[in-house]
Write a protein that binds this ligand. Structure first.
Ligand SMILES: [Zn+2]
Length: 108
């Protein structure tokens, strides 16, 4: 193989390795986000008022070390329990995460 050919193969291998590393880092971050309290209705954070929700969102960190910003909110009802769901996006790794807040006792 010519030196140029070898260099091309080396560059290709390096690119593949870099992509693989990035991908495994992303999937690790996603796993860690999924394990955070409040990431599912089962582990929803119980709050007494909307101020506590804002505080919890402000304290939320991304496993990559970034500070996710609020990008949307919605509500959900699961088995008669009401949840407020905040959608956060991390500006550093661009992963999104959801934070479930149980609001059943806020409205009853
Ligand atoms: Zn992040």
């Amino acid at each position: 193989m010519s030196p140029l050919g070898l260099a091309l193969v080396a560059a290709l291998v390096a690119a593949l390795v870099a992509t693989g590393l990035r991908r495994s880092r992303k999937s690790r971050i996603r796993r860690e986000i999924g394990a955070l309290p409040g990431s599912t209705p089962e582990t929803a954070l119980s709050v007494g008022d909307f101020g506590e929700m804002d505080a919890a969102i402000a304290l939320r960190a991304c496993p990559c070390g970034g500070r996710p910003a609020l990008s949307g909110e919605g509500s959900r009802e699961v088995d008669g329990r009401r949840f407020r769901v905040a959608r956060l996006v991390c500006p550093a790794c661009e992963e999104e995460q959801f934070v479930f807040f149980e609001t059943t006792r806020l409205f009853h």
